[in-house]
Design a protein around this ligand. Structure first.
Ligand SMILES: Cc1cc2nc3c(=O)[nH]c(=O)nc-3n(C[C@H](O)[C@H](O)[C@H](O)COP(=O)(O)OP(=O)(O)OC[C@H]3O[C@@H](n4cnc5c(N)ncnc54)[C@H](O)[C@@H]3O)c2cc1C
Length: 219
């Protein structure tokens, strides 16, 4: 079933990431980590459907998405950049994506943090976040989404990696098998991975080699 939802607020989070707050349809429900299919309610855009993860909680009276926008071609996220309050999106029911099964290690690349934001907000709200560790990899410091909120929620269990610039404040390397061996002491815990295809696939293979069970989502 499709729902037309109005944009209530748009906020710039980074140079290419925006937060969209939307009306929530009556009786609409979802779980932290789930996604829905979104299109823009304008001529020539209605049938261009893309998946996005909820970053609000089911208990909130609104819906929130955090969306990385690609300006290199005229796709949906580029069009989303121009939308304002009162413009409308079309969403379907909530579905699939990442299912939280218990505490463990979260590994995110760029906008791959979005399903984890919902899970962390949910656990933080319930006072159950302790025991989870986030490794968050970005190209540059300016790409880190919601750094302050993630730091507040996860404290020392929030580990940032920056791959395309040197910075003394961050780990400057890609997440590979050696990195995982050096930074993880219990491979029997839950592993949740979400990021671009190559990163997600490579880390999945490395973790499986190290004996871990993973749940992953390719963006
Ligand atoms: C379950 C799930 C949940 C997701 N949740 C989120 C979320 O919460 N937030 C978020 O930001 N993203 C999320 N994504 C990713 C998001 O769906 C994509 O970024 C989005 O679909 C891109 O749409 P688009 O039309 O702008 O780009 P598309 O046209 O679909 O292209 C996507 C990629 O291909 C490249 N590309 C394609 N065509 C061209 C071209 N002609 N020239 C140059 N480059 C090109 C783009 O640069 C981009 O990297 C999720 C994905 C999945 C599978």
């Amino acid at each position: 079933m499709e729902h037309i939802v109005k944009i209530i607020n748009v906020e710039i989070l980074t140079h290419d990431v925006k937060k969209f707050v939307l009306e929530k349809p009556k009786n609409y429900t979802f779980k932290a980590g789930q996604a829905t299919t979104v299109s823009i309610n304008k001529d020539n855009w209605k049938d261009k459907k893309r998946p996005f993860s909820f970053t609000s909680l089911n208990s909130d009276a609104y819906l929130e998405f955090i969306i990385k926008t690609y300006t290199d071609h005229n796709g949906v996220t580029n069009k989303l950049r121009s939308l304002k309050e009162q413009d409308e999106l079309i969403i379907t029911e909530s579905w699939g994506a990442i299912n939280y099964k218990g505490s463990g290690y979260f590994i995110a690349g760029g906008a791959g943090i979005t399903p984890f934001i919902a899970i962390f907000r949910d656990l933080y709200h319930e006072n159950k976040l302790k025991g989870n560790v986030l490794f968050y990899s970005n190209k540059t410091e300016s790409d880190i989404i919601l750094k302050n909120e993630l730091s507040k929620m996860l404290k020392d269990d929030f580990i940032n990696l920056i791959t395309d610039e040197k910075s003394a404040n961050y780990i400057n390397q890609f997440i590979d098998k050696d990195f995982l061996k050096n930074h993880i002491n219990d491979f029997s815990k839950n592993f949740y991975i979400c990021g671009p295809p190559k990163m997600t696939e490579d880390i999945n293979i490395a973790l499986k080699d190290l004996g871990a069970n993973t749940e992953s989502l390719i963006f």
